[in-house]
Design a binder for this molecule. Structure first.
Ligand code: S3P
Length: 418
């Protein structure tokens, strides 16, 4: 599908972004081994989370919209064939942790993009725990029990941390994981809510194996990584006023908001509350007053990795040179996001150069509508749509149907807000 985005004068209105993708995956995976019925309201409607729900159903959990009947910690059964994780790295890596600890072998497969993504990062620590694990293709499980261990992660990754913690639930001793920088902690919060013993001290997480997990009763917050597109679009368009209701503002996810605030964006939090153990707020965003310079480097990039494609759009509007570095990980996401955003924004008239671990962007530049490609990557499609809103003329995004992965209503929301 080609999506056409026309320049808009301003954005106005209130929306609810889809349920948080990271929390939705975890709720389905951990709920599948809970003892009893979980109630999961507001799950992400995206294709990635549907991949996870199909997989846990194949493993024996019963799922019906928002009700999930878990099998208990010893109740999963071998799937009838390879488990299809679709486009979803989180599904594949977190399930690898769960299935590595089972006494049957599982094979995890995915689409063309997922088949190219690195899985040694989960295979290697799971093997260290005594699991049978190999890749490619990704096969795990069949050798138990796993052993608790102390692991220091070389690279920040919430997916890898989570895979280890989920496997560690089934181990014969405690496990500790030390991260180079604190990544999203939804797994830790959810496990604790389910009764598991998880202790966090700075960048160190320690987990004691569990024999039982209580079911969940969750209202899943809106996805801040989906809200990010509207924070940027409204901020860059004079006269805009957008309210984003019920967005998750877990401090391990808000580095991007702090960065935007620091460079002149106007974002107000209200109605702050907790939902399902996670902090949530309504966000009101109005146009930025004057954009100040921003730089991203080192560990900072890991704290806002999913927001960096749309941050590149912001940088095209800032006077001077913006350097975004420390983000080599973007090369192994659903697409090579460094190359994909360089290509799309260059076609639109930006001065952007891809480097090994990010971009150098000189601004401000007027953007012009162009024909661009989403490269099968939902976040690239949405970031280029935001660029299209502030450009002159028409932008045509080829392959825009991939927004289905995390935000099926994205273009409807865009139309409503314009
Ligand atoms: C995620 C962690 C991040 C992020 C991804 C979701 C998660 O990946 O980019 O979209 O839910 O744990 P990494 O763990 O590979 O950094």
């Amino acid at each position: 599908m080609i999506a056409t985005v026309r320049p808009a004068r301003r954005l106005d209105g209130a929306i609810r972004v889809p349920g948080d993708k990271s929390i939705s995956h975890r709720a389905l995976i951990l709920g599948s081994i809970a003892s009893g019925r979980s109630h999961l309201r507001g799950l992400s409607p995206g294709a990635d989370v549907q991949s996870t729900s199909r997989c846990v159903e194949e493993l024996g959990a019963q799922f019906n919209g928002s009700v999930l009947d878990g099998c208990g910690m010893n109740g999963l059964r071998r799937a009838g064939g390879p488990l299809d994780c679709g486009n979803s790295g989180t599904t594949m890596r977190l399930l690898a942790g769960l299935l590595a600890a089972q006494d049957f072998e599982s094979e995890l497969v995915g689409d063309e993009s997922l088949s190219r993504r690195p899985m040694d990062r989960v295979v290697s620590p799971l093997s260290e725990m005594g699991a049978r694990a190999s890749w490619p293709p990704l096969r795990v499980g069949g050798q138990t029990p796993l052993h608790g261990f102390s692991h220091t992660m070389a690279k920040p990754s919430a997916q890898v941390k989570s895979a280890i913690l989920i496997a560690a639930l089934f181990a014969d001793g405690a496990t500790s994981v030390v991260e180079p920088v604190r990544t999203r902690d939804h797994t830790e919060l959810m496990l604790r809510a389910m009764g598991a013993a998880v202790e966090v001290e700075g960048v160190r997480v320690q987990l004691t194996p569990a024999s039982r997990l209580e079911p969940l009763d969750l209202d899943i917050p809106g996805d801040l990584s989906a809200a990010a597109f509207w924070l940027v679009a409204a901020g860059l368009m004079p006269g805009s006023r957008v309210r984003l209701e019920g967005v998750g503002v877990n401090p391990t996810r808000t580095a991007f908001i702090d960065l935007l605030l620091g460079c002149g964006f106007q974002i107000k939090f209200s109605n702050s509350r907790f939902a399902g153990g996670e902090p949530v707020a309504d966000l009101d965003v109005t146009s930025a007053v004057a954009l100040r310079a921003l730089q991203v480097s080192g560990d900072q990039a890991a704290e806002m990795i999913d927001e960096l494609p749309v941050l590149a759009v912001v940088a095209t509007q800032i006077a001077g040179r913006t350097v975004i570095s420390g983000a080599a990980e973007l090369r192994v996401k659903e697409s090579n996001r460094i190359e994909a955003m360089e290509e799309g924004l260059t076609a639109m008239g930006a001065d952007i150069t891809a480097v090994e671990d990010g971009w150098v962007i000189n601004g401000p530049r007027y953007l012009e509508g162009a024909k661009v490609s989403a490269h099968g990557d939902h976040r690239v499609a949405m970031a280029l749509a935001v660029a299209g809103l502030i450009a002159d003329g028409r932008t045509e995004i080829d392959g825009a149907e991939c927004v289905e992965i995390s935000y099926p209503d994205f273009f409807d929301h865009l139309e409503y807000l314009c």
